[in-house]
Design a protein around this ligand. Structure first.
Ligand code: GLU
Length: 621
């Protein structure tokens, strides 16, 4: 047996672990278990199909992130037959529009065999999955493209499969020679003006599309494209619109498995389409696409082994599309005000006091997971209920991969109402260029009032500034600070301070200039006298923003090299104290040294308390 598992992201064998994902093992087990089932028969009404090898059995499953599982004869080509109907229907919708398609073909299950000649009371084919409806679809495409119709279909199916598909000329010739029943259906459709004059040309398009060669792997990619809202997960190409995908999956659900469709949807619950060549496609929206190939067919013309694989997969993993569970309450990961939490910007004491008093003025809501109709409704109820919202509301999206149109609609309306009610909303964790931000801002009446920050920390800092400003405490960049105000030098006398100043050098920096760099030897510490600096990790994450009266680089007393970058945010003046001269000083003045060390211990302890508060708060969720 041939078992493969490939990914567009990393080819097999590039990592040693894990060696066998459980899903691959499951598919291999299915292969082993069902390959010995030789019940059913190969289709013989198209003579060329009799040549199929009944032993062939291939399974492929493609996830919506483009990972491809393959088992058995997944690379053996066979004719797509009726499986083409689903994709040609999608193409017809794309080319002539929904109104024209509905006027020509119904969407009701016929309850009859695929080749039934019966039409609806108003003389339309019942649906696009039976031969009459499929021939009518080919007719619609022929009316637009004429001689180019088949090539248009082949090209579209190739996009679905992610590779150029060919045709089995022998099967095409064989069906052309024997397909009198389809010919009768086509002429009946001509009689009711469903088809244009060129009946033979339309039939040839249909016969040819049925003879397109695919593999189980191709079918899996095609199904995964439907499961992935029309984007081929392997090539990344948007093949068809999400709207058309939903229509296509609907008719697959109601009529895709011949006159077994009702039973299929009841038992398996995955939109699917099968063909007399032995292929089955099954597409589970936002999960996966499955393609199977085994030419032995049951009485309904469905592949026996393919059916078993689908049934086993659905049963084993509870994949019925109507059996969904999602708890909207998990969408809010944390909901808090800034009590005990602050941005990484260090504040002057009087600023901090305002923040301590007004902590409930800033509410932070951290969302998690994909946002859709249900989850956003839950979120909006949290935002609009009692008690009224804080004047500053931060909604963090950094753990949100996506928002649906319905979600964005509800969210935009809520933000508009909150804005009208005087709440300033700040969206964090999104880039302005992202589709997520676009979806939200497009649906918010006055999007200019919305703030958007990439980092939650920046959003909190901005909101804190607003609170400080609104309560009269805004001092922003203090001109300069005396060394007495340095936390590290607290309790030092005039002489001691003077001695420190003597050992130090005044330094000035322009905004944006790097003052110290991560990895450099840590040979000095700095006392910030005017301006603002930011301490950042090489990844760009900000650890702190500091103002006058604060020190930085003080970890040099403990460590050999700098662990972070420090940048000037504004024009900066500081005193740099070289550690070697300070070391001499410490030997001569052990008492001063002790005071400084005690101060350092206090500074570090305060940081630890703040970090613990954050851990404690977040672990409550
Ligand atoms: N070409 C075949 C026919 O029209 C397709 C049938 C099928 O796969 O259901 O008879």
């Amino acid at each position: 047996m041939d078992v493969r598992s490939t990914s567009t992201a990393s080819p097999p064998g590039t990592t040693g672990y894990p060696t066998r994902p459980p899903l691959r093992r499951f598919l291999s087990d299915c292969y082993e278990q069902f390959r010995s089932d030789n019940s059913g028969a190969v289709a013989d009404y198209i003579p060329e199909l009799k040549r199929a090898d009944p032993a062939h059995f291939g399974i492929s499953l493609v996830t919506i992130d483009g990972h491809i599982y393959e088992v058995g004869d997944s690379a053996v080509p066979f004719t797509i037959q009726s499986v083409s109907k689903a994709f040609v229907f999608a193409l017809a919708l794309e080319m002539v529009g929904e109104a024209r398609v509905s006027a020509t073909i119904g969407v009701e299950p016929s309850g009859e065999a695929f080749n039934s000649i019966r039409l609806t009371n108003d003389n339309r084919p019942f649906n696009p999955m039976v031969n009459a409806g499929a021939i009518a679809c080919s007719g619609l495409i022929y009316e637009v493209e004429g001689k180019g119709a088949f090539e248009r279909i082949r090209a579209k199916l190739s996009q679905f499969a992610g590779r150029e598909l060919g045709v089995d000329d022998a099967v095409h010739a064989s069906e052309t020679a024997t397909g009198n029943r389809n010919r009768a259906i086509a002429w009946l459709l001509r009689n009711y003006a469903v088809l244009p004059d060129d009946v033979d040309a339309v039939l040839d398009v249909y016969f040819r599309q049925c003879a397109i060669l695919v593999t189980a792997r191709d079918l899996a990619v095609m199904a995964a494209t439907l499961a992935n809202r029309g984007i081929n997960p392997v090539t990344g190409v948007q093949v068809i619109t999400p709207h058309i995908v939903a229509r296509t999956l609907s008719v697959m659900t109601s009529s895709g498995m011949y006159d077994y469709a009702g039973e299929w949807t009841y038992r398996v619950g995955i939109p699917a389409k099968s063909g007399v060549g032995g292929g089955i496609v099954a597409a589970l929206p936002s999960q996966m696409g499955l393609g199977t190939f085994s030419p032995l067919l049951d009485d309904h013309f469905n592949s026996v082994r393919g059916l078993k694989v689908c049934e086993a997969l659905s049963a084993r993993f509870d994949l019925h599309m109507l059996n969904r569970n999602a708890d909207v309450r998990t969408s809010i990961m944390a909901d808090y005000d800034i009590y005990g939490i602050s941005s990484r910007r260090s504040r002057q004491p009087h600023e901090q006091q305002i923040l301590d008093e007004r902590h409930s003025d800033i509410r932070v809501l951290e969302l998690v997971g994909a946002m859709n109709f249900g989850t956003i409704d839950y979120v909006t109820r949290k935002l609009t209920g009692e008690p009224p919202n804080a004047p500053l509301l931060i909604i963090d999206f950094r753990r949100v991969p996506d928002i649906t149109a319905a979600g964005a609609e509800l969210f935009g309306e809520t933000l508009t109402a909150l804005g009208d009610g005087g709440v300033t909303t700040i969206v964090s964790g999104v880039e302005r260029s992202s589709t997520l931000w676009q979806a939200i801002s497009e649906r918010t009446a006055d999007a200019r009032r919305l703030r958007c920050f990439t980092l939650l920390d920046d959003a909190i800092e901005w909101a804190e500034d607003q609170v400080i400003y609104r309560h009269g405490g805004f001092t922003d960049v203090k001109e300069s600070s005396h060394l007495h105000e340095q936390a590290l030098l607290a309790e030092l006398g005039e002489d001691e301070i003077a001695a420190i100043v003597k050992l130090s050098t005044t330094r000035r920096y322009e905004p944006g200039q790097r003052i110290i760099g991560a990895g450099e030897p840590a040979s000095s510490l700095f006392f910030l006298q005017s301006g603002m600096v930011s301490v950042k990790l090489p990844s760009g994450v900000r650890l702190a923003s500091l103002g006058p009266g604060m020190e930085f680089g003080e970890m040099a007393i403990l460590e050999q090299s700098r662990s972070a970058d420090v940048f000037a945010d504004t024009p900066v003046t500081c005193l740099e104290l070289p550690l070697d001269s300070f070391a001499d000083y410490r030997r001569l003045h052990p008492e001063t040294s002790l005071k400084i060390m005690r101060n350092l211990a206090a500074i570090l302890a305060r940081r630890l308390v703040a970090a613990n508060a954050k851990v404690d708060l977040l672990s409550a969720y």
